[in-house]
Design a protein around this ligand. Sequence first.
Ligand SMILES: [Zn+2]
Length: 849
Amino acid sequence: MKKILTAILTVTTCLFAAAQPNYFYPQAGKMNSAIPTPEQFLKYAIGSHHTRHDKLVEYFKELDKLSDRVTVQIVGETYEHRQQIAAIFTSATNHNKLEETRKAHLAGQLTGATANVPLVIQLGYNVHGNEPSSSEAALLTAYYLTASEDPETLKWLEEMVILMDPNINPDGRDRHSNWANMHKASPPVADPLDREHTEVWPGGRFNHYWFDMNRDWFLAVHQESKNRLQFFHHWRPYVQTDHHEMGSNSTFYFDPGKSSSNNPTVPDDLYNTIYPKFGLYFSQALNQIGSMYFTKEAFDKLYPGYGSSYINFYGGAGFLFEQASSRGHIQETSTIPLTFAFTIRNQFVSGLTTVRASLAEKAQLLKMRSAFYRSSAASAKASAVKAYIFGDANDETRTKAFVDLLLTHHIDVYDVENTVMYNGQRFEAAKTYVVPVDQPNYIMIRSVFEKGITYTDSLFYDASTWSLIHAYDLPYAELRTTVPRGKKISSVTQAASTVERSNYVYVFDLRDYNAHKAIYHLQSKGVIVQSAFRPFSTTIAGTAKTFGYGSIIISVQLQKISADSIFKVVSEAGKNSNIKIYSVGSGFNTSGIDLGSGYVRTLRMPEAMMLVGQGVAPTEAGEIWHLLDQRLGMPLTKMDITNFARADINRYNTIVMVSGSYTALDKTATDKLKLWLQNGGILITIKTAGEWAIKQGFTKEKLVVPDTTKSKTTLRFNYDDAVNIEGAKALGGSIFAVDLDTTHPIGFGTTNRKISIYKNGQTIFLPSANIYSTIAQYTNNPLIGGYLHASTLKKIKGNAAIVVGGEGNGKVIFFADNPNFRGTWYGTNKLFLNALFFGSHINVPVVAE
Ligand SMILES: [Zn+2]
C-alpha cells in the first residue's frame, strides 16, 4: 500500500514538474539540466505550497554550489535566527573580477562614465511576510538566471550584476507560510472565510517585533534593515524592485505611480522619463500573458523608507509591484478564483522584465544618476543652509543613535572641537556634530533634517513628514555661514562608564536616554532606587554639578544588600547603559533640595502588562515590546485579550493599552479593570485606547469631540470628488509642537518645554479640569512639519496631548499620540518610559475652590 502511494505521488510530482516550465516560462529556450528546478529540489510544484525560508536558503546555496554564475552571501540574521542572504548573479568571467567591477561601478556614479562596467541592479522580495508570491517568484527567477542558456540571459549575465534579496522579512514570511501550509486542504478551499485565508493576529506582515519593514529602510531600527542597508550601499545599484500584494479583488500594479505624490526633492527625470519608459516594458510583458493591471492611480513615492523609494534618494530607480493576493493557495474573487501560482507568475514576469528593461535602458539609468548627483550638488551649493549642527550634551545615547543613523545612510558627519553658540543654544565641544550640506548625499540630508518640504498632494498613503531630527528631538541649528567642522567621523565611541565606590550615595541624572535602562537594572537586582522630584546642585570632586528633575539617588545605607553588592550592581548599571553615575559624599547640597529631602521618593519597580490580540494595533504594541526588550532589557507581559477575564491582574502595577477596539472586554472585564485601577493601578493608554477608557467612565477627563451644533450643510459636491475632499481631512502623520510640563514626573529628564510629537490620529483631549494635570498641550501654532487640514488644526491647537486622570487610588495616563512611533521617536520615548517608571508616584493635586 505504502509503495503504491509513493508511486502515485511521484507521478503527480512529475506531472506538476513538467507543467511548471510551461506555465512560468514557456519561451525559456534551453535550460541547463544540471541545475535542479525549484520544484525538483523542493519536491513540490511552485504555487502548490508556501516555501519555508530555510528551504529557500537551501535552494540558493545549492545553486551557488552547482553554478559559477551564482554567489550567495549571508548578510546577517533575523531576531529569530533566520539567515538573511543576498545572491549575486553574473557570468563566471564577471564573478572572477567582482570586486574590481564593484569598485569601477561605484567610482563612475557621479560622472556616469560606466558604460563599459556591468550594470548593477537589485531585486528585492517579500518585505511583507504575508504577501508571499514574490519569494516564490525569487526561486523561479534564481533558477532561470542560473539555468537558462538563452542568448538573452547570457547577455544579461555578461553585461549585468544582478543582486537579489529573495526574502526581506524571513520571520514574518515564515509566520504566514506556516499558517497557510498548516491549513491547506485537499481539495483546496477557496472560500475567503476558510481559516487558511484568515490569519490570526498579528499576522505575518510584520517582523518579529510587529514592525512594518517597508518603513524601516529610512529609520533603520531593526537589524534586518541595517544588514540590508549595508549590502545596498556596498553595491549602490541603479535599480531596486519591491514586490507586494494587495486585496484579492484587485489586479496588478506597477509604476508609474501617482504623479501628484512624487517627492519634490528628487529630480523630475525619474518620474517623467524612467517610470513611464519602464512602464511600457511591464505592460507589454503582462499583455503577453493576459494579466490585467493598473498604474498611476495609487501609491506614493514621497517617503524615503519604502523599498521602492529609498533608492530614489541615491539617484536610482525603485519599482513597486503590487499583486492581488490569493492569501493562501486559492481564493474566490469577484471574478474567477485566484490561484497562488497565478500571483507568483505575475511577480516572476515583472522581475525578469525589470532585468530586461534595465539593460535596454542602461544609458538612461547612467544618465539619470549622474544628472541626479549634478543637480543635487547644485542645490546644495545654492542652499541657504550650509550645515546642520546638533547634539544634546546631556544625552549622549540619543545623540549617538542619531549619528549612527546618519552614517547608515552614508551621510558624512564631522565632530566639533570647540563649544559654540547658535540661536541662543549652546553646543558643547566633543558632544556636538555637524553635517555640511555640500556632500553627495545632500537629498538624503534634506529628508533627515528638513521639516517644511511642501507637497502638491493632500492625500497621503502614509506620513507627510519624517524629519528625523525632530523624532530624536535633538537640539539643532541650521548654519548659514562658515561651518566649524572638525574631523570626519566613522563612528561615535563613548567612553566606558566607570563608577567610583561610595560609602554614602550614588547619583545620576535622568536626561540620558538610557537612564531608565539603568533604573530597571538596579531595581531588578534588588537595589532600592529613589528619585529627586526637585532639582539640586552639589559638588563632585571639586566641580559644581546640577541634577535635574527626577534624578536618581541610591543611598548606600538604605538598602537590603551590602555596600559591596550595591557597588557591584551600580557599576554594572553604569556599564550596561553607558551613563555616568556619580559618587557623592554629602547629602548637604549647594542648592535645591538635599539628598534626604521629603521630595525624594522611593520608586516602585514596574510590573507591567500590555493587552495584545484581536482588535489591538499590532505595530503600536510591537513598538513598546521592542523598546523594553531591545533598549531596556525589561520584561513585559504581552497578555492576550482573551485571557484577561481569567487572569489575576493584581500582580501587575501597570497596564498598557495601545490603540484598539477592545470589544473583547465585556462589562465584567471592564469592571475588573476599573476595580484594579481604583485600588492603585496605573493604566497607560495610547491614542484610541484613551477614548475607550473615557467611554468606560474610568476618569472625568474629556475628549475633543466634533462640533455638532453647526446647522445642517446645504453644500453639494460631485460623488467622484469625495475621495479627494474627505481624504484630505485625514491626518496621515505630521509633527506638532507641544508645551511639556517638565516639572511633572511624565516630563522629567526633558530639558526644553517645547518638544516635538508625532501625530497621525484624531484622538485629542480637552485640557484637564485639574489645572496641574495637563502634562503636554499643543501650542497655538502647533504644526512643525507635514500636512494639516484647516479643520484639524482648529481641533488641535491649545488642547491636550497628555493628561493624567485619577480614579480612586489609581491613575490613567492618557497619550493622545503614539510616543513610540516606529521605534524612532527617541524624544517622546522618554515620556512613555516615565509613565511606566514614575506612574505610581504621580499625585493629582487637590485644587482649592
Ligand atoms: Zn506590501
